[in-house]
Design a protein around this ligand. Structure first.
Ligand code: SF4
Ligand code: SF4
Length: 169
């Protein structure tokens, strides 16, 4: 039969020697390798007590930003969802009503805004696409969880706290 590659190696089927049959040399060889690693620098860290420094360009969990008056910046234009290669962002737009000017900066706002973090690849395209400086990726590591539902981040989870509420604390 014709070979598919030239990388195939013939298996050595010769009978085992006495040394191979008693396994002791192989065990000693294995232990020597293990002992050699005891004195080497560890490749792992004791997470979560110890954490490795992140790269300056690390992109973590998203936030939805407010302006200096605490109004939501997002106008539900949909550009972030359009730019998202993972189709992780969904939203529903709503019209601002008279008297809601202190809540929403523009005439249109996101009544619903969700990011599916299981889909997200933290590429940062949503942040780059946003014309209103409304969505940002922070340095917070995505926390682990047990249910799929807990990875769907809603607007309430993403919105930063209102600056005035924070001042009062
Ligand atoms: S970081 Fe990338 S994958 Fe995640 S929501 Fe934004 S655009 Fe989509
Ligand atoms: S976050 Fe920015 S890009 Fe996305 S819908 Fe809101 S304003 Fe538009």
């Amino acid at each position: 039969m014709e070979k598919l590659t030239n990388r195939s190696v013939a298996v050595d089927r010769s009978p085992m020697t006495f040394g191979e049959r008693i396994y002791l040399p192989a065990i000693a060889k294995g232990l020597t390798i293990t002992l050699g690693h005891i004195f080497k620098k560890k490749a792992t860290v004791n997470y979560p007590e110890q954490k490795r420094p992140f790269s300056p360009v690390f992109r973590g969990l998203h936030i939805l930003n407010r302006d200096e008056e605490g109004r939501e910046r997002c106008t539900a234009c949909g550009l972030c969802a359009l730019a998202c290669p993972a189709e992780a962002i969904t939203m529903e737009a709503a019209e601002r009503k008279p008297g809601e000017e202190h809540l929403y900066r523009e005439e249109k706002y996101a009544a619903k805004y969700e990011i599916n973090m299981l889909r997200c690849i933290f590429c940062g395209y949503c942040e780059e696409a946003c014309p209103k400086d409304a969505v940002y990726l922070t340095e917070t590591v995505m926390p682990s969880n047990y249910t799929r539902k807990s990875f769907i981040y809603k607007k309430e989870d993403l919105l930063i706290p209102h600056p005035k509420t924070q001042e009062a604390k």
